[in-house]
Ligand binder design. Structure first.
Ligand code: ARG
Length: 459
């Protein structure tokens, strides 16, 4: 069923009808469409298009429709309506009769879809913000539990300097703090109502758009109708926020996949988020994390397809824009699910403290300390770096850790090295020296955990 039959003599082609419909995916906007329609009916009452009685009847009709949809949203899919706006209007008319035909006065599906989609984004952003906070909480709780587990930190995937598991967790908390504020920022910009923009040049009815916007929970209304129905910046900003955050989640996943590998063996993932192999009985695969890593690509795809969709698109509304929804809905679901799954993974993780420690001891991750030691004895860092490199080479050739070299072997490379070198190159000493802000020392880590617990309201 369509809403625009008057000008047409022929029926729509069946294939075109199927090609043209957005109902199979925009039916999830039913709640938003009804919410905005009720608000619109109240605005029509104020302009005198509807009487009080008529507005009430329309409102009741829409509420009863909403109640039916709540019970079974999929019923919408049985219809052959062009989109959700058409479906709601036709079903309202079926319920309350010809009065339902008044609701679309002064309104267009162009400002309707812009409003519905913004309302949908606003709801989803609230859920995302909550889930980002919850993930940060999981990081802090596990950091606190394992604050003293020493492990190697990597650059180029080579053991670089020792860190702690807690410190690794806190690095992700920083990333998700940025994701949180990025989303809050996007929310501020999208929180402007386009309703009452009509098709493209404003509504011919004297609607108090500012009042209507505030009534719907927006902070204000848009300034230019032509822009309002053309604008999908908020979709792009949301997808960009999703992409950046999924990038963080994919790095988190990759780190854990590596920590969980048979080669590293630093952690053990819970049975509840891993799966087995149909052939190899010994396998326990990190599927949850691999899926986050894989789905990240799909979210980037959504961002890119929306950017391309809107590139050089003439003002104002074009049907191309209907293509913004599937990728947006898909990306937001992936982002939300990935945040939840990441929390689950963290909560059930087991650390192999000893293997973490042993790995940190291997790989000469304390070579920088030898150089710093020499700097304290008065030589330049560049020179000290060179000497330390030579000592590491010596140790590699003798298949020894630095701490296992004799003092005489150290002194072959510098007479400034004395017996106190050994206390300077323990893993603990490496960590504890880094007391400056942002460093890995337990003092810094404990302080950050304390502050984050207050911020996140963890008691
Ligand atoms: N289903 C359409 C969309 O998602 C709604 C707007 C239709 N507007 C129009 N002028 N055909 O974009």
């Amino acid at each position: 069923m369509s809403l625009w039959g008057g000008r047409f003599l022929d029926e729509s082609n069946k294939l075109f009808k199927k090609f043209n419909t957005s109902l199979p995916f925009d039916y999830i906007l039913a709640q938003e469409d009804i919410f905005a329609s009720i608000a619109w009916s109240k605005a029509l009452l104020e302009t005198g298009v509807l009487t009080k009685k008529e507005q009430k009847k329309i409102e009741h009709g829409l509420i009863s429709l909403k109640q039916d949809i709540d019970i079974n949203p999929e019923q919408i899919l049985k219809s052959d309506c062009e989109d959700i706006h058409t479906w709601i209007e036709i079903n309202l008319i079926e319920r309350i009769g010809d009065l339902g035909k008044k609701l679309h006065t002064g309104r267009s599906r162009n400002d309707q879809i812009a409003t519905d989609l913004k309302l949908w984004c606003k709801n989803k952003i609230q859920i995302l913000l909550k889930n980002i906070l919850n993930l940060q909480k999981s990081f802090i709780l596990i950091a606190e539990r394992h604050h003293d587990v020493i492990m190697p930190g990597y650059t180029h995937l080579q053991r670089a300097q020792p860190i702690t598991f807690a410190y690794w967790c806190l690095s992700y908390v920083e990333m998700f703090k940025r994701d949180f504020t990025r989303l809050e920022d996007a929310l501020k910009r999208l929180d402007v109502s386009p309703l009452g923009s009509g098709a493209l040049s404003g509504t011919a009815w004297n609607i108090d758009r500012e009042k209507l916007a505030v009534h719907m929970g927006f902070s204000s209304s848009t300034n230019n109708a032509l822009d309002s129905v053309s604008d999908r910046d908020y979709v792009i900003e949301l997808l960009a926020s999703a992409s950046i955050s999924m990038m963080h989640l994919s790095r988190f996943s990759e780190d854990l996949i590596f920590f969980n590998s048979s080669e590293a063996n630093f952690i053990e993932l819970s049975d509840s988020i891993t799966s087995g192999s149909s052939l190899m009985p010994q396998k326990k695969n990190p599927d949850a994390l691999e899926l986050i890593r894989g789905k990240c690509g799909r979210v980037y795809g959504s961002l890119f397809s929306t950017l391309v969709l809107l590139k050089a698109l003439p003002l104002s509304y074009n049907k191309d824009m209907q293509e913004d929804k599937e990728s947006l809905f898909d990306a937001i679901k992936i982002w939300n699910d990935s945040l939840l799954i990441s929390s689950l993974v963290l909560k059930n993780i087991k650390l192999n403290n000893l293997l973490c420690y042993e790995a940190a001891e291997k790989g000469y991750s304390n070579a920088t300390e030898v150089a710093d030691y020499l700097v304290k004895k008065g030589i330049t860092f560049r020179e000290a770096h060179h000497i330390s490199g030579k000592i590491v080479l010596h140790a590699i050739h003798n298949n020894k850790a630095l701490k296992d070299l004799d003092l005489s072997q150290f002194q072959e490379y510098s007479h400034l090295i004395e017996n106190d070198i050994y206390q300077h190159i323990t893993l603990e000493a490496c960590l504890e020296k880094r007391v400056s802000k942002g460093g890995v020392s337990s003092k810094q880590v404990q302080e950050v955990i304390k502050k984050e617990k207050i911020r996140l309201n963890i008691i």
